[in-house]
Design a protein around this ligand. Structure first.
Ligand code: PGA
Length: 258
């Protein structure tokens, strides 16, 4: 069975004080709302203040990236152990903004997935095609390649600790979300690749989220698709009322799958 998961990605927004206010607002608005998983991937500098605010609320703490080594002379980098010590449960890996602005490669992404698993964190692997790939009909090929390269070397048994987020690059931060039907097709392609890597049973246990311009107004289209196990939300997660409307966007009424 796959429980829906809604993740807010605050990117490089919020000071610790702002993050505390936003986390408090979201947790108050969601008070008593159970049944699906919710996480906030906040800036590193706010993990230590948001963690205690979320404790006991049912909302999990997440980070937006990690280094692939356990420790070492990597100035500016953060290890899985540091994240775990601050109470993180999830970590985003391979977000398209990391790939684009920081030159992150498929190989580095795969090392980061391994590091997250080694540290007991739940990696959320982000994949997605660029607009040119999509126009050229290469979406599925890109997704197959990104998924298989990111997960090479991962023991099949670890597959069940994994979440994949399908985030078409052209939809991230543009206000132009994929259609629910297109997202569902992409999710099926991702799950087929997971099946090739991990076998049927484990592939059915991996959550596949959609991300890219999700709003309270379009969320019901995604929660209506049985292949979409939740959403990864950027811009709208910085507004408490909007994020909460997305969390309440019909996920709890979904049939049990998997
Ligand atoms: P967006 O970002 O919701 O602002 O498009 C999604 C993401 O980057 O995860």
């Amino acid at each position: 069975m796959r429980t829906s998961l809604i993740v807010g990605n605050w990117k490089m927004f919020t000071t610790p004080a702002e993050a505390a206010d936003l986390a408090t607002d979201i947790s108050r608005r969601l008070d008593g709302f159970l049944g699906i998983a919710v996480a906030l991937a906040v800036p590193y500098t706010s993990l230590a203040v948001v963690g205690p605010i979320l404790r006991g609320t049912g909302i999990d703490l997440g980070a937006q990236d990690l280094h692939w080594e356990d420790r070492g002379p990597y100035t500016g980098a953060i290890s899985h152990g540091m994240l775990e010590a601050l109470g993180c449960r999830y970590v985003l890996v391979g977000h398209s903004e990391r790939r684009e602005h920081f030159g992150e490669t498929d190989h580095q992404v795969s090392l980061k997935v391994l590091a997250a698993l080694r540290g007991g964190l739940l990696p959320i692997l982000c994949v997605g095609e660029k607009e040119g790939d999509r126009n050229a009909g290469r979406t599925r090929a890109v997704l197959r390649r990104q998924v298989s390269r990111a997960l090479e070397g991962i023991p099949a048994g670890s597959g069940r600790h994994l979440t994949v987020a399908y985030e078409p690059v052209w939809a991230v931060g543009t206000g132009r979300a994929a259609s629910p039907g297109d997202a569902s097709d992409a999710h099926q392609a991702i799950r087929r690749q997971l099946e090739r890597l991990f076998g049927h049973e484990i592939s059915r246990s991996v959550r596949v989220l959609y991300g890219g311009s999700v709003t309270p107004d379009n969320v019901q289209g995604f929660s209506g698709e049985s292949e979409v196990d939740g959403v990864l939300v950027g811009g709208a997660s910085l507004r408490g009322p909007d994020f909460v409307r997305i969390v309440r966007g019909g996920w709890e009424r979904r049939p049990i799958v998997g």
